[in-house]
Design a protein around this ligand. Sequence first.
Ligand SMILES: [Zn+2]
Length: 265
Amino acid sequence: MPQGDGSLPDGSSDDRAISWGHVTAKEFEYLCKFLYSEWSRPPYELEHLIAVLRLSHMWDIKSGLDWAVYYLKERESEIRPALRLRLACKYDITDWVRPAVSALVTSPASELNKDDHQWLGWNAYELFVRVREEREKLRKTVGFIPPDIRFSIPAACTEDKHHVCIQTWVEKWTMGIGRQVCHPHPIFELPLALGLAEVKKLDLTGMTTECRLNAIELVEEAGAFFAEDRLVDEATVAFLKLPVDVDSVENIEQGLIKKGDRPAS
Ligand SMILES: [Zn+2]
């Protein structure tokens, strides 16, 4: 239990009562279950894990923190990205930050619910909306504007043949890459990181061999398929620089504890 600022420990007298903050009876029950109950087989309820995380952090119980983080990571995919991000920041789960930012930037704004808005706070929400728009523009550009091969005519290709090369390149790119990159349903969107491999699979019959190789080399040099990763990196840095809205994040985790639980007394 935390010590006060005097020599006597908290809880040693009425004057040195333990500060419960906003701890609910249910949260305290979860912590006691962790501390005193016999081992039980996972998975553990998210509410249980988050309660142990919060109280262990509040009262500096290292074993509780380690236990909660370990099992929360096992259930990472079940935790909404906005909550993961909030927990990551509040409890220093650093390896959750970038994947959560990536998920928030790549999923449609319509998928965010009221809880997500609360967990993110206005500043982060506004940031992710902006980055998401940038991402949309980026994908449209990458999907429908292939590297320009008009002026790259190898010695083995003639001007007449090259006219066909250009037409084939633009058409195959648009139909093969553009349609996948700009798919209206996020589940079917081509991850840009896989773009180069998809370009190499395109049937570029009609282009001369030299122009095919040249076009793919231009794609590699342009590095456009890595632009989304860079965007997520930049969004992560920008997110971490945002001022923390203490009031908006305080005790938000308690929203996960069933309503009606009374604060412990
Ligand atoms: Zn050509």
